[in-house]
Write a protein that binds this ligand. Structure first.
Ligand code: SF4
Length: 270
């Protein structure tokens, strides 16, 4: 009998997890670490699970149908609006999307809101539908060991005409300058990933916000290609991430963002 084969998989220790986090990083992990190291610790080191929020479920469902729509364009078999709607329905009910605790009536309202966002986006043709995308939902990575940094990983929602496009759902209309600033870690990461994986410089980066208003609207923020200063700034931020992990500096950073923190109770007791 092979007793080794029957042994349950060993849970990684906190040390192992921290070591793994030092080896590779994504834009969202880095952003969270710089926003609040204690929140990062709860989510990525302790791996505390929280129920998915309705807003996240809606955003994932919208994202899923846009991915299908772009994939179909990549295959040169564009979806009809009816097929897009069916894809949205499936995404919404997909068991793998996880459990959400809904208030009475909330799910139907959110489901309608999500579809209206997709419908608005597709009808307004914010990307040239007949131009074949270069990439759709593609996982990419770059080894930054030469810079003394971890591997950078990410998933590009859409690349078309050398524009890196990222989808977001939002409850409020974004301000272009604030959006450019608050998403800089993500947009700079995508530019680095794009350049390393294609050998080309991106023409620009676009953030497509689908805004959940009574009358849904789409706001597109067009950013220029990454500057040298932005690239350097990201590398410095990654250095701070590495140092913080090496010294296990998981300190709290209380502020306005705490109002939406899922670990608020854990933080108060910490
Ligand atoms: S409540 Fe605020 S300080 Fe505490 S973990 Fe969350 S974001 Fe950090």
């Amino acid at each position: 009998m092979n007793t080794l084969a029957e042994a349950p998989p060993k849970e990684p220790s906190e040390k192992d997890i921290i070591t793994g986090l030092q080896e590779q990083v994504s834009a969202s992990r880095l952003s969270l670490f710089l926003q609040c190291r204690l929140k990062f610790f709860f989510r990525y080191v302790l791996r505390l699970k929280k129920p998915k929020t309705p807003a996240l479920h809606l955003g994932n469902s919208v994202h899923s149908v846009l991915k299908e729509w772009n994939k179909a364009r990549w295959l040169l078999k564009p979806l009809t609006l009816k097929e897009a709607y069916e894809s949205y329905q499936k995404a919404w009910t997909d068991e793998n999307e996880g459990k959400v605790v809904w208030e009475p009536g909330e799910e139907n309202d959110d489901k309608t809101t999500g579809w209206r966002l997709v419908d608005t986006y597709l009808r307004e043709s914010h990307v040239p539908a007949m131009v074949k995308p270069e990439a759709v939902e593609v996982p990419v990575e770059v080894d930054l060991v030469n810079h003394g940094l971890p591997r950078l990983i990410g998933v590009l929602d859409l690349v078309q005409q050398r524009q890196v496009i990222d989808y977001k759902t939002s409850a409020t209309t974004p301000n272009p300058e604030k959006v450019a600033h608050s998403h800089e870690i993500q947009t700079t990461s995508y530019a680095i990933l794009y350049r390393h994986n294609t050998g080309n410089k991106e023409e620009g980066i676009q953030l497509h916000h689908l805004v959940k208003l009574k009358n849904p609207k789409v706001v597109i923020t067009r950013l220029p290609s990454m500057s040298q200063q932005q690239e350097t700034r990201l590398y410095r931020q990654m250095e701070a991430y590495l140092t913080g992990l090496q010294h296990e500096q998981f300190v709290p950073s209380p502020g306005m963002h705490c109002s939406s923190c899922e670990f608020f109770n854990e933080c108060r007791k910490h």
